[in-house]
Design a binder for this molecule. Structure first.
Ligand code: NAP
Length: 341
């Protein structure tokens, strides 16, 4: 019996907020395998803010996602057929599954080949897309670059999200006073009570600027920047001399990338006034360190020093909703689509 694949094809570049109308869910036959190929059935799909960047034609660190092709994405899956020794049937693998049920793995992988995960899995599959995957590693790298010291004040935006939650908890472990920024009183409470941040500013409150000023009375030594826009501008205005701005993401502007209407930052001159540094980085540039970083994150997790949240949506058809949640702030921690329920 031939298998059927469901795949999200990108049909148009979105204008503004992504609602999924630019994607088409197509059902098609899974091709027969040729020599050197394996068939991976996606079980968990990572949904990431950067997907919105790839959907645009903005010049980024990877080419734009091609139109009329399956949308690019990372996932965990199971090898269900194989003509390769390195991808045996039954193995759980991590890699570029893209937004679909089945993916043919072969040596033509443009980005990187699939990695076989340990058997038995030391953590639930979704963790390899979150705290023990690229978002957890990103949180670790941001703290490694910003080097928070005991007594420093560190601000982390999108503090309840996949990257920010890890970055903030690691900055706290380094002895810093950590101020989160998140949306809504419930998420802010979670950031302080469960994730252990010292305080959290509700970005949806009318007085969020006053809250941020009150939370950083002596200024900011390190900014773990995930959102950009007016929040980043306000934090730049509070930098202390010698501060470090770790530029991880600017999600507030992703819907406008490529449109020519991106607002830009107004307070960059504060870097001069405060002799501060701004360091942009990309997780994919640090692949040679992934194994060591994941070991350290796994150690923190096992010892209870790190808490990881996951928002799970069931069904591949929920992937566009999941992407939208990243932009409304509805997610807590890493958002994952479980494609095999
Ligand atoms: N440099 C790298 O290698 C790298 C790797 C991975 C991710 N990133 C970046 O890191 C950031 C976080 O990614 P993630 O995967 O961990 O996502 P996430 O934080 O789990 O989810 C995104 C969060 O951003 C906040 N947000 C969305 N729109 C916003 C807006 N207009 N203004 C302010 N906040 C807004 C929301 O949190 P609240 O509503 O709670 O504020 C939302 O929950 C993104 O900018 C992403 O592009 C960078």
């Amino acid at each position: 019996m031939s298998r059927r694949n469901r795949a999200y094809y990108l049909r148009r570049r979105p204008q503004g907020t992504t609602t999924g109308v630019d994607l088409e869910l197509v059902e098609e036959r899974v091709p027969d395998l040729g020599p050197g190929q394996a068939l991976v059935r996606t079980t968990h799909l990572s949904v990431d803010p950067t997907t919105r960047v790839w959907m645009s034609d903005y010049p980024a660190y990877m080419p734009s996602a091609p139109l009329d092709a399956v949308l690019r994405g990372v996932g965990v899956g199971e090898v269900v057929e194989s003509r390769r020794d390195d991808l045996p049937v039954g193995a759980t693998v991590l890699g570029w599954t893209d937004w679909q049920d089945y993916c043919v793995a072969d040596d033509s992988a443009l980005i990187s080949p699939f990695t076989v995960l340990p058997d038995p899995l030391p953590a639930p599959p979704g963790a390899f897309l979150g705290v023990l995957g690229h978002t957890g590693i990103t949180g670790w790298l941001g703290v490694d670059i910003g080097r928070p010291q005991p007594g420093d004040t560190v601000v982390v935006s999108a503090a309840g999200g996949a990257v920010g939650s890890v970055g903030g908890q690691l900055a706290k472990l380094a002895g810093a006073r950590v101020v989160g920024i998140a949306s809504g009183p419930d998420k802010c409470r979670h950031v302080t009570t469960t994730l252990g941040f010292d305080t959290c500013v509700d970005r949806t409150a009318a007085d969020w600027r006053d809250q941020l000023d009150a939370a950083t009375p002596d200024g900011v030594d390190m900014d773990f920047e995930n959102v950009g826009g007016e929040i980043m501008d306000h934090v730049l205005g509070r930098l202390r001399i010698g501060a470090r701005v770790v530029l991880c993401g600017m999600i507030s502007g992703y819907d406008a990338l490529g449109s020519g209407s991106s607002a830009g930052q107004h307070e960059i001159s504060q870097l001069i006034m405060k002799r501060a540094t701004m360091h942009g980085f990309l997780v994919f540039d640090h692949a040679d360190r992934f194994a060591t970083i994941v070991d350290e994150l796994a150690g923190h997790l096992a010892a209870g020093r790190l808490h990881a949240d996951e928002t799970v949506l069931d069904g591949l058809e929920k992937a566009p909703d999941a992407l939208g949640q990243l932009f409304t702030g509805a997610n807590l921690g890493k958002i994952v689509v479980r494609t095999r329920v």
